[in-house]
Design a binder for this molecule. Structure first.
Ligand SMILES: [Zn+2]
Length: 171
């Protein structure tokens, strides 16, 4: 939804009112003549190019201008930029573009990351449990072995590194 500015002329020959600068919503078309309510056509007599300005309602993405506050409208934004330009002559303001596509991409990325993280945790937890179980068995074996050799089972150590089961990662 965007706005456009045109010169308009009333199509009613008796009225023929000319307005050099009418600001209207592009998709709604030129508004009717304020005098006689007849349709109006675009008028080029003023010799200017049509001006498009404004973003329409709801299309301006709020910009956080830091100490100047959050700008909810293009007008506020322009005012803030004006202040910055006055304070920092010769500098230009660059706002990193933010649009729906980019936001969606970021959201997707975030979802993917948390999914991966959760899955990662799941695997780690499962493997952790398995390793703990294995250690328990190994310790028990070591104690038994120590007793068999008349040694203090508390000081028994897991001897050889038993092969750790390789976890098969399936997706
Ligand atoms: Zn008219």
């Amino acid at each position: 939804m965007s706005f456009i500015a045109h010169g308009l002329q009333c199509t009613n020959d008796e009225c023929a009112l000319i307005d050099n600068h009418v600001f209207y919503r592009k998709h709604e078309g030129p508004p009717a003549c304020p005098d006689c309510d007849s349709p109006r056509k675009i008028y080029w007599g003023h010799g200017q190019f049509p001006g498009v300005s404004g973003d329409g309602l709801g299309t301006f993405v709020p910009v956080d201008m830091g100490v100047l506050g959050k700008c909810e409208t293009r007008e506020e934004y322009n005012r803030a930029v004006g202040v910055i330009k006055k304070r920092f002559p010769g500098h230009s303001v660059v706002v990193e573009g933010d649009n729906a596509t980019k936001r969606e991409a970021l959201a997707d990325e975030h979802r993917q990351r948390s999914h991966d993280r959760l899955r990662g945790h799941g695997l780690t937890k499962k493997m952790h449990t398995e390793i703990k179980e294995m250690r328990k068995v190994q310790r028990a074996v070591a104690k038994k072995e120590a007793l068999r050799h008349n040694k203090d089972p508390a000081k028994s150590k897991i001897k050889a590194e038993s092969p750790v089961k390789t976890a098969g990662l399936s997706s």
